[in-house]
Write a protein that binds this ligand. Sequence first.
Ligand code: ZN
Length: 220
Amino acid sequence: MLTPLKDCLKDLLTTLCCPRCKREIERCPRQGPFCLACWQRFALPARGLHGICPYRWMAAGWYEGDLRNLILQLRCHPDRRLLHALTEGLGAALPNDAVLVPIPGWKAESRSNPLPLMICRSLQRTTRSLLKRSRPTVGQHHLNRQQRMTNQRGSFVVEPGVAISRAVLSTQEKAPELWLVDDILTSGATALAAMDALNVRRMTVSGVICLGRTPLGRTR
Ligand SMILES: [Zn+2]
């Protein structure tokens, strides 16, 4: 009677399947945890994408095509295993003692985007929810870069009452790197406003980590 259960457990422990299409796979380091077809579809570099404009950033891939659709789908239907797979390359590029700060949305918690905090958890680094929105902002889809800057300016504050550990203050020698985390990076206006709020409290941000970076030239 226990045999089917044992077989089932054995399968779970020994069979690898692609976190996207669930097809059985043999793990290949080049493809990360994905099957060849999904890896090609999402075009994920092994250690993520890296850039320095408008500040230092890391992304799992470009926010376009199938990866864009997947990120939008994950906002509504978060999937921990899939997120873990998408962030594997980013985790490999991030210092072990990095401190992550998720960028909060302005909607009520029950309707807010769960991805920034879930990405932090996937990356398995110390996470500090230091920020909150000081006012609502408008949807940015149709705004150009300047309008986005104006929309976001002053829209974050450091959570009142948050005891800021000396370990995240930039005045400390060898302070760990502080990274902001969001799901999508487009013009950079949102993260810039978040950085400003942290700078006011003497915290310097090393950069921004996201799942999808809008291709340069389309960042409005
Ligand atoms: Zn697949």
